[in-house]
Ligand binder design. Sequence first.
Ligand code: UT7
Length: 331
Amino acid sequence: MPKVKISALGCYVPPGVLTNKDLERMVDTNSEWIVERTGICERHIAAPEMATSDMGTEAARVALAARGITGAELDAILVCTVTPDMLFPSTACLVQDRLGAHRAWGFDLIAACSSFLYGLTTGAALIAAGTHRKVLIIGADTMSRIIDYTDRGTCILFGDGAGAMLLEPAGESDAGAGFIDFIGEIDGSGGDFLKMPAGGSRLPASAETVEKRLHFVHQQGQQVFKYAVKKMYEMCSEVLERNGLKPSDVGVMIPHQANRRIITGACERMGLKPEQVVINIDRYGNTTSATLPLATRDVIEQGRLKKGDLVMFAAVGAGYTAGASLWRWAY
Ligand code: UT7
């Protein structure tokens, strides 16, 4: 089976910024509380005319340009998102059309904050099967469209953004770089703790669902927090252990960015040093499906990620969903 590598990366973040000070004028909160409890200073918010497919297409274009290819060369496009432009057609179809990716098939993948991690794994399986040579994984979310800006428990957390990674078969020149392993877990018993209750077949949109604000994110923060710290630690420890690796072998840990304290809590328990861990939640907040590519871009730009480094991606989110994957960086 061919080995799979990440061969290019692209990101897009909308220019509009919502600072903690801005939020102080919207809800009963203060910047010190937000920074201390979450690590977030600001988040980017898409302009009203911009939707998830627009941000996803922008990120995809950057990734394709970085690799020097066009959309016509893609075999598949997976869009990881909880905020598709609409339920159908899929956002993957909308992006495919705009990229001129006339050979590609694709679909949307919904796993909340674990979406991009699951997308990477699914895309890697398509390449490993030998049936695909270029698979584009896009993580894009316009969280501002499903956030209740009167709820201080959630509105401080989320931001908008997009990222894309291109997956291809690894060759001999890649010297063993690429996908190593993935471990995932879902636990639907935690579904009530973080959800958008209405808009699906259970509670279709009605005047009542709108009035009750059921088309927004509802969260029991402490429950999610405790699960996230525990699961991130468990997933990462297990994937390292079953590959005979130690935390000190990790070059860069790229975790989902939901709360700085979740990341530091899980990573300290694992024995990872702060310099191994990427945290950029201060500038973007929780962009749901876009956090992993955005954090990867930052670590590359900082010169902290080099060819051959062991990279661990990890995510926990609504569902519950969780997982961790190991890669050797290929470029
Ligand atoms: O990717 C998965 C997505 N979600 C998550 O991972 C979120 C996980 N949860 C969290 O990040 C945290 O639980 C929050 C940041 C949401 C909340 O932080 P916390 O430390 O768990 O606070 P809390 O909910 O226990 O609330 C403590 C206090 C409460 O006041 P009282 O009852 O002690 O008087 C809250 O009402 O803080 C209050 N509070 C706020 N105060 C100022 C809650 N939100 C705010 C706020 N500003 N924005």
